[in-house]
Write a protein that binds this ligand. Structure first.
Ligand code: ATP
Ligand code: MG
Length: 559
């Protein structure tokens, strides 16, 4: 899209940007960034921000930076930096050679701070955290000036330099902006710019023992990089006056901050701070647990990047916070996988069927279409023989009226193969459990239809017993069983105890022998599946169900 041909339905951010560009602000440029703090793995809320920031840049032939907001050395790790890079790349956002770290700017930020001190707009304060809280006031009461507020420029310069050199212990002093202790916006009540923190930083090592606060680092980093539009979530709305104040005092390039609603999803928690708790307490397998809303978890579960981007598109960009139904995320995945998944047969809970009238040593290679939605996917051969497995749930000895699957005396179609009729049920004498079925087939039904025109209502999936391979299959349910898990103080108490079901001894089609996590399958009638990136190997297959076939979202739309 060129700025001259505005799309009909621009969201409010794109509308603002279109106007800015049309007015020639920032020299007709659009330059955005995604600024994650490397203190955890990215989740799907971040995907919304990445899609927006990189999408807007792309639409204007602009630029998109990836910048790590690494201002808190205590919580940050290189592992997170690497996982974030991989996730942003996976989503298809392109930062080219513009990978930056706020820590790249520590020297410049310090120079900027000295300028404010010199201009009498920042001072060193000796109040400790608790005193500072007392002086700060409340939403209804103004704060009080710090007793250190009127230090001379010389004294402030001397103290900040000694803070930087490491002469003072952690928490003993801060550098604060001198704004207004009576400001209605608490962020403007002389906010802290630097704190003393003797901690090793994953990139700058021991060079610094004062670290910039988020508000001090963020806008100035945006400015240094020439960002034109700083898009962030609504929680930063109250910080915008401070963002603007710093840039105005410094008189440097001044990007425009615009806030949008955070993504919230039902039955899901989107907060790194909360997710890290689940990881640390071993309540999930790790950040990339397929039940986690992290991008690495979703990827492992079988989400494609296309489906995640499509989901973000459908959610759109708004100013007001809302709760998106998790069914929409699943819908976006089904839409994508329906186009690309190879249809195969896998029996998750096998029941042996012996076709008594089928020749004992015969094996037929039957044709199976790989994807009815995509002719280019071609077809494959699947072996058929006298002994097969069907799904245990597809047989009932005493079926209710509308059970159209297999039952004694009833005839069904085997997908891609013949009609069979159940003649006899074999049970375990001691438990009464059905252990195998004896059936007969009609050789004249190979086309999938009977010669005499008789109809069957049920079509079952199956695998040839001698040819099928063994696999483990994991079925997932929602990680939380409450619509908004954060309604409760102890959100982890809302974890769904049945979020994982592991099925061993599943029997799958031979073509799955070399399934890789990059190939998406539909197991007919059972859902969409992908080989697990960590646990699956040739000879020891493990599949994750990405999503079931049931589509509650489409149904809801029809209502
Ligand atoms: P969390 O609360 O999960 O820790 P955060 O905002 O602290 O998230 P950052 O790494 O600071 O995480 O976020 C990077 C960017 O992603 C920020 O600009 C933030 O606005 C955006 N972001 C984070 N969570 C969401 C969300 N749920 N929806 C939309 N954008 C988000
Ligand atoms: Mg943050």
């Amino acid at each position: 899209m060129s700025p001259n041909e505005p799309k009909e339905s621009l969201d409010f951010i794109r509308t603002i940007i279109a106007a800015d560009v049309a007015a020639g602000k920032s020299g007709y440029r659009v330059h955005t960034r995604f600024p994650p703090e490397p203190n955890g793995y990215l989740h799907i809320g971040h995907a919304k921000s990445i899609c927006l920031n990189s999408g807007v840049a792309r639409e204007y032939n602009g630029l998109f930076n990836l910048r790590f907001d690494d201002t808190n050395p205590v919580k940050e790790e290189t592992e997170y930096v690497e996982s974030i890079k991989a996730d942003v790349r996976w989503l298809g956002a392109e930062w080219e050679d513009r990978l930056y770290f706020a820590s790249d700017y520590f020297d410049q930020l310090y120079e900027f701070a000295l300028k404010l001190v010199n201009d009498g707009k920042a001072y060193v304060c000796d109040l400790n955290a608790e005193e500072m809280r007392e002086y700060r006031g409340t939403l209804t009461e103004p704060g009080k000036n710090s007793p250190y507020r009127d230090r001379s420029v010389e004294e402030n310069l001397d103290l900040i330099e000694r803070m930087r050199k490491g002469e003072f212990p952690d928490g003993s002093r801060t550098l604060r902006a001198k704004i207004d202790m009576a400001a209605p916006n608490l962020n403007m009540r002389d906010p802290v710019m630097y704190r003393v923190l003797h901690a090793r930083h994953h990139r700058t090592g021991d060079k610094w023992c004062i670290y910039p606060m988020y508000d001090w680092a963020h806008g100035q980093s945006d400015s240094i990089e020439g960002i034109t539009h700083s898009l962030c979530d609504i929680s930063f709305e109250d910080h915008r006056p401070l963002y603007d104040w710093f840039l105005d005092q410094l008189g440097v390039h001044h990007p425009r901050q615009i806030e949008f609603a955070r993504l919230n999803i039902t039955y899901t928690v989107l907060s790194k701070r909360k997710l890290i708790q689940l990881v640390r307490n071993n309540q999930v397998w790790g950040w990339d647990d397929p039940r986690m809303p992290t991008l690495s978890g979703l990827r492992r579960r079988g989400y494609t990047s296309e489906s995640v981007r499509d989901f973000c598109d459908r959610v759109g960009v708004a100013k007001r916070e809302s709760m998106v139904d998790v069914a929409l995320l699943e819908y976006a995945l089904r839409e994508d996988l329906n186009k690309r998944a190879i249809r195969v047969m896998a029996v998750l809970r096998p029941l042996k069927v012996i076709i008594d009238n089928y020749p004992e040593d015969q094996v037929e290679e039957l044709d199976a279409i790989n994807n009815p939605e995509d002719d280019s996917a071609g077809s494959r051969k699947i072996p058929f023989s006298r002994e097969i497995y069907i799904e245990r749930d597809d047989f009932m000895e005493d079926p209710p009226k509308k059970f159209f699957r297999l039952s004694p005396g009833n005839e069904v179609r085997l997908k891609h193969a013949y009609f069979i009729t159940c003649d006899r049920v074999v049970k375990d004498d001691s438990t009464g459990e059905v252990v195998e079925l004896h059936c007969s087939y009609d050789p004249a039904t190979k086309s999938g239809e009977a010669q005499d025109g008789r109809k069957v209502k049920g079509t079952l999936h199956w695998v040839s017993a001698a040819h099928a391979i063994d696999a483990e299959v994991r079925l997932f349910d929602r990680l939380f069983n409450k619509e908004n898990p954060l309604d409760d103080e102890d959100f982890a108490a809302n974890l769904n105890p049945d979020s994982l079901e592991v099925l061993k001894g599943c029997r799958v089609e031979p073509c799955l022998a070399d399934a890789t996590p990059e190939t998406y399958y539909q197991f007919l009638r059972m859902g969409y599946f992908v080989a697990d990136v960590k646990d699956s190997a040739p000879g020891a297959l493990v599949f994750n169900r990405s999503v079931s076939l049931r589509d509650s979202w489409a149904k809801m739309q029809k209502k």
